[in-house]
Design a protein. Structure first.
Length: 373
């Protein structure tokens, strides 16, 4: 029995070796390009997260008003951007006045300390000039201004770079929000038709992870806001409710946000004092900052890993270590998105593992959102 003859190659057809070579070159080129633009990943992830957060609102308004999606997206986007810009602008005069008062009070405190320590203290025959241990605020300010002017170029460069990244995030958020449905269809239709059901299920699973992460953030913000409000009310800080709300909102920014909220509460304590505790403003500010440190460490070590772990179905220890490593390696932005990215990666790895083992990728699990039988 004669073998089936191989089809003759047409003129110009590539042989397998050339095809593999071209494919390898394309893969290497793609990896090199991704490495070159690696700094773009984090802003694009943030833009995608913002678009994902705003997308349900756009869908709801589109369904209720029957307006075109482009009009609704523009309305939601520019209204949100206006609020983001107006809030700091409206609060800026008050914040500047508070900082000016705080600076004056700090100057008075330092002056009083210098007067108290002006006389040397004799200890075991040694004269200790404690006044030399109190810094000269004027000299510190002058040195700070000199250092700032010497590094003005680096400061301008860093500020410009950050503003450009903010612009990239804002523009990418707008276009992702406008074309979210097209992006969804494009992602699902990327694989061959036989695997598109899997792609749709993967998209739903990853979307479930991000919804859980957002829900965890809302829970964390609520718990932190209520806890700090009650703590500040118990200590008698003026404006305790506002400070508690600020602490709750800023807790979404890992480490930096809560520190700003704590510093703000300590500043108010230093300027205004306590309404219930008969202690000086200085020691009251120290007490407030100590309470802040205690509560925020409970939140970082116990509450945040537990909330995020349950929200995205990850071990609490992995959540804690991942956030700490992300803060060290990638900064605040990396810590903001590391948990949902890890959880999404776990969904994808689980799917690939089951497929490679010839097992059902989602055994006995209904798809997200499916009604229970």
């Amino acid at each position: 029995m004669s073998a089936t003859p191989r089809p003759e190659s047409r003129a110009g057809d590539w042989n397998p070796s050339l095809r593999y070579l071209v494919f390898a070159a394309l893969v290497i080129g793609l990896l090199a390009f991704l490495w070159y633009v690696r700094a773009l990943f984090t802003p694009m992830v943030i833009a995608g997260l913002l678009a994902y957060i705003l997308s349900p609102l756009v869908e709801w308004l589109t369904g209720r008003t029957r307006w075109k999606r482009a009009l609704v997206v523009s309305l939601v986007y520019w209204l949100g951007l206006t609020v983001i810009i107006l809030v700091p602008v409206l609060l800026l005069p008050t914040l500047l006045a508070e900082f000016e008062t705080l600076a004056q009070d700090l100057q008075v405190i330092v002056t009083n300390l210098q007067r108290l320590t002006a006389r040397p203290v004799n200890l075991l025959g040694l004269n200790l000039h404690l006044g030399e241990l109190i810094p000269d605020v004027t000299s510190l300010v002058a040195e700070g201004i000199t250092s700032l002017s010497a590094n003005a170029f680096h400061l301008i460069e860093s500020t410009t770079k950050n503003l450009l990244w903010v612009l990239v995030i804002l523009v990418a958020t707008y276009y992702l929000l406008q074309d979210w449905q097209q992006v969804h269809r494009w992602l699902v239709n990327l694989p061959p038709a036989v695997y598109r059901a899997d792609a749709e299920r993967l998209y739903a699973e990853i979307a479930l992870v991000w919804r859980g992460y957002l829900r965890g953030n809302l829970v964390l913000m609520l718990v932190v806001g209520v806890t700090f409000t009650l703590a500040w009310l118990a200590l008698g800080i003026p404006g305790a409710f506002v400070l508690g709300v600020i602490a709750g909102i800023l807790t979404i920014i890992p480490d930096l946000g809560p520190f700003i909220a704590g510093a703000l509460a300590a500043g108010v304590a230093l300027v205004e004092g306590s309404r219930v505790l008969p202690i000086s403003n200085f020691w009251f500010a120290v007490l407030v900052f100590g309470v802040y440190l205690g509560l925020i460490n409970i939140k970082n070590i116990w509450l945040r890993p537990r909330v995020f772990g349950r929200s995205v179905h990850m071990h609490e220890g992995i959540v804690f270590v991942a956030i700490m490593v992300a803060v060290v390696l990638e900064g605040i932005i990396g810590a903001l998105v590391v948990i949902p990215l890890l959880a999404s990666g776990a969904v994808l790895v689980r799917y690939l593992y089951h497929r490679m083992q010839g097992l059902p990728p989602w055994p006995d699990d209904p798809p997200p959102g499916a009604p229970e039988s």
